[in-house]
Design a protein around this ligand. Structure first.
Ligand code: CAA
Length: 258
């Protein structure tokens, strides 16, 4: 069992829950915290008993962004040779469905890792933003790209160039988050959604995720071709046969994740 300093890990049936827990620094995403999240996500991807994952933070703060104190002495040369922030992107490469359960602040890198998840569930008092511009820099872990795709150019420009935060309601209206729920219920609801996903066939959910992500990487025609081939290949799975037979026989399917 891996020993973690800044995350807590638990499991509820087929759902793994990762809680960022670095309260003294408002869950600032130091290198070690990012490394621990990535390590655990890779473990979840390898574990056949995990079908979906929830990533959450503290009640008052999901994550306050990259660790400014750790980052301040960095140099361009150091950033270049270590390819600073590239490990962050491993979060987005998670193959199993990943839900962000956001309470409180999701700022800078905190908003960026939420956007690397597949679904964001937001507490009613959560706040999202990219204040890096006020630090004399700007978003460097996907913010300028993922936020623009999520909320459109005008809103992304306003958020990234002013550094002002938006409320959960604005985040929902602009399509950044899939729903707003009472703060106290955020994690439970995220787990319930993850459990619904986990009850479906694991390889089908993973393939559907790949197809949806392909929509960001290709032209419509290329994406449709990709989807068609993936859809055709579902007919190689036991779960596809079981799913259709159970429908015809009016019973619940018993998926084998195979
Ligand atoms: N890095 C390092 N430490 C941080 C931090 C961060 N991003 N955010 C908060 N902390 C620390 C504070 O320094 C403070 O520590 P001390 O008590 O030792 O001074 C502790 O966490 C508590 O913070 P506050 O006293 O500020 O608590 P608050 O409740 O008043 O405010 C907050 C919380 C709104 C999150 C506020 O701390 C804040 O605005 N944080 C900075 C947000 C920010 O600028 N994020 C962008 C980071 S850069 C980035 O993310 C780059 C990238 O794209 C990869």
């Amino acid at each position: 069992n891996t020993k973690y300093q800044f995350i807590d890990v638990k499991k509820e049936e087929k759902v793994s829950i990762i809680t960022m827990n670095r309260p003294k620094a408002s869950n600032a995403l130091c290198d070690r915290l990012i490394h621990e999240i990535v390590t655990q996500l890779k473990k979840c991807d390898r574990n056949p008993e995990t079908n979906a994952i929830v990533l959450t933070g503290l009640h008052k703060v999901f994550a306050a962004g990259a660790d400014v104190k750790e980052m301040e002495p960095r140099t361009f040369q150091g950033n270049f040779s270590t390819n600073f922030s590239s490990e962050w992107d491993e979060i987005a490469k998670t193959r199993k469905p990943l839900i962000a359960a956001v309470n409180g602040f999701a700022l800078g890198g905190g908003c960026e890792i939420a956007m690397m998840c597949d679904i964001i569930i937001a507490g009613e008092n959560s706040k999202f933003g990219h204040p890096e511009i006020k630090l004399g820099t700007f978003s460097g872990a996907g913010g300028t790209q993922r936020l623009t795709r999520a909320v459109g150019k005008a809103k992304a420009m306003e958020m990234l160039l002013t550094g002002e935060l938006i409320s959960a309601r604005e985040a929902w209206q602009s399509g950044l988050v899939s729903r707003i729920v009472p703060d106290h219920d955020v994690v439970d609801i995220a787990i319930k959604i993850a459990a619904k996903i986990a009850a479906n066939s694991q390889p089908m959910a993973m393939m559907a995720k790949e197809c949806i992500n392909q929509a960001y990487e290709s032209t419509l025609q290329e994406g449709l071709e990709f989807e068609r081939r993936m859809f055709q290949s579902t007919f190689a799975f036991y779960d596809r046969e079981e799913g259709m037979k159970s429908f015809i026989n009016k019973r619940d399917p018993e998926f084998k994740d195979a």
